[in-house]
Design a protein around this ligand. Structure first.
Ligand code: URP
Ligand code: ZN
Ligand code: ZN
Ligand code: ZN
Length: 474
């Protein structure tokens, strides 16, 4: 047979086009996209379904140790299982450098966690916490060469924060090795100040997590990162942008012609700071503690305007799962004493696509092509995976999600494949749901069942990002 698999009768959707066509797959690659194809070993009936590039989630945390001890609820096995169930075919988690350790040894450790344990393809961003001269001048360039072409830096968290001098050194090194820098923009000192002030008057419930880091704190750090990117003339990606104020900083920089990119996440269009409310630690506020925190409901439309007008190129989950109950959970003994000890982060790799499709496409805020760009194509382009990943066209990997645009579901822990014991989107109703996920031509998830194996995923050595090329920020 000419094709191993033919996906027949669906509507193919790319970042630019929507058309009825069959997709012919051979040896894991898309070989032909044409009106009618025959001669396939296996025929998949996609009538009534959208045929879209598999989701690429460029911001997930798996198997990452956290500063205050609690173990993450997902390693690679459960995290990527959840990813494919949610219509994703590639994830980009982080390899965190503990202070004092080498970047390379951290990468080796994460490979031990991931290799042979992944249901989908994966690459790694680095997290630089200890930018010593040898890390910046030797380790980083060597790792970029090896396909780890992006890394994240933090402007807050005790064990991760870099000061301004360090940020400038790191940005400047990124420029030299053409790596793309992702920046967590929240101001360390302001958060510490607010946290101590709140704790001093007994305001320790989870809700005060949001009060301790308001939008102004994120806006200030976003502006500071942009200024540093201007001084060093290096493009940067501002990750997990929560609302209007930081978004307006990015728009301001983009309007000046700077290469400043933006990412936003489901929690900023589907959760609010009200969700963190609770009078004491036994209420459920801790389930929603992530940073930056979800904002007011009015903030949702501001984020949508940023999505619609291109301020944001990527929509990622920032999947960072912790258990709610039990030892090491969000309600652990220390966490009950103050919001400051509640592990930061929420699960979301499985619900990212349904939430954006439902609130975005089904409710008429974005087109289905914008959906594909925001969930797949732009991630591939920005993080050096194009043209293998991120579209439906001859030569691309056959990473495909078959999507039922009319399926109504109620998000529930019962449906999830992640390791966590809850979903923060419990009870939310969505229209649009993945019915089948193919990784390089192989069905890995179907109707909520995992049919792939944890040895299916491959490590992706990524090329340099064209988005990281310097020359326009000053
Ligand atoms: O609260 C969050 N988002 N935790 C994950 C770590 C990060 O900053 O992305
Ligand atoms: Zn074959
Ligand atoms: Zn972050
Ligand atoms: Zn994150």
């Amino acid at each position: 047979n000419q094709f191993d698999v033919i996906i027949r009768g669906g509507i193919v959707v790319t970042a630019t086009d929507t058309f009825r066509a069959d997709v012919g797959i051979r040896h894991g690659k898309i070989m032909t996209v044409a009106n009618i194809l025959t001669d396939g070993t296996k025929i998949i009936d996609a009538s009534g379904l959208l045929v879209m590039p598999g989701g690429i989630d460029s911001h997930v945390h798996l198997a990452q140790p956290s500063f205050d001890g609690p173990a993450m609820a997902d390693g690679f096995e459960s995290g990527t299982r959840s990813a494919v169930a949610g219509g994703n075919t590639t994830v980009l988690p982080f390899a965190l450098q503990p202070r004092g350790a080498s970047l390379r040894s951290s990468v080796v450790n994460y490979h031990k966690e991931a290799d042979g344990q992944s249901y989908c393809d994966y690459g790694f961003h680095l997290i630089v916490t200890d930018p010593t001269p040898s890390v910046l001048s030797q380790e980083l360039p060597a790792l970029v060469e090896d396909g780890y072409t992006s890394f994240k830096v933090f402007m807050t968290y005790d064990d991760l924060v870099l000061n301004d001098r360090q940020l400038l050194e790191v940005f400047s090194s990124a420029r030299d090795c053409k790596a793309l820098v992702m920046v967590h923009c929240e101001g360390y000192d302001a958060i510490r100040f607010m946290t101590e002030r709140l704790e001093a008057v007994g305001k320790t419930a989870p809700y005060y997590h949001a009060v301790s880091r308001p939008e102004s704190v994120e806006r200030e750090a976003t502006h500071r990162a942009i200024s540093h990117a201007e001084l060093t003339d290096v493009p940067i990606m501002i990750v997990h942008v929560s609302g209007r104020e930081p978004m307006e900083q990015i728009r301001w920089a983009q309007n000046r012609g700077m290469k400043i990119y933006g990412e936003t996440c489901p929690q900023y269009i589907a959760l609010t700071s009200e969700d963190l409310k609770g009078l004491n630690m036994d209420e459920t506020g801790g389930k929603y503690v992530c940073s930056p925190p979800p904002r007011e409901k009015e903030s949702w439309e501001a984020v949508w305007s940023g999505i619609k007008t291109g301020v944001f190129q990527t929509f990622s989950s920032d999947h960072c799962p912790f258990f709610y109950e039990g030892v090491g959970g969000k309600l652990n003994d220390k966490a009950r004493t103050s919001f400051r000890w509640v592990p930061n982060g929420i699960p979301g790799v499985e619900t990212r696509l349904p939430i954006l499709y439902s609130r975005g496409v089904a409710e008429g805020r974005i087109t289905v092509n914008e959906f594909v760009a925001l969930t797949s194509t732009n991630h591939a382009k920005i993080y050096g995976l194009y043209p293998e990943k991120g579209s439906i066209a001859p030569g691309f990997d056959a990473d495909i999600v078959l999507w039922d645009p009319n399926r109504k579901e109620t998000i529930s822990q019962r449906l999830m494949h992640h390791g966590a014991d809850y979903t923060p989107y419990e009870g939310q109703q969505v229209t649009g749901w993945p019915v089948m996920t193919l990784l390089r031509g192989k069905i890995v998830a179907e109707e909520g069942k995992i049919v792939g194996s944890k040895s299916d995923g491959r490590f992706l050595k990524r090329r340099l990002s064209p988005y990281a090329m310097p020359g326009s920020n000053r």
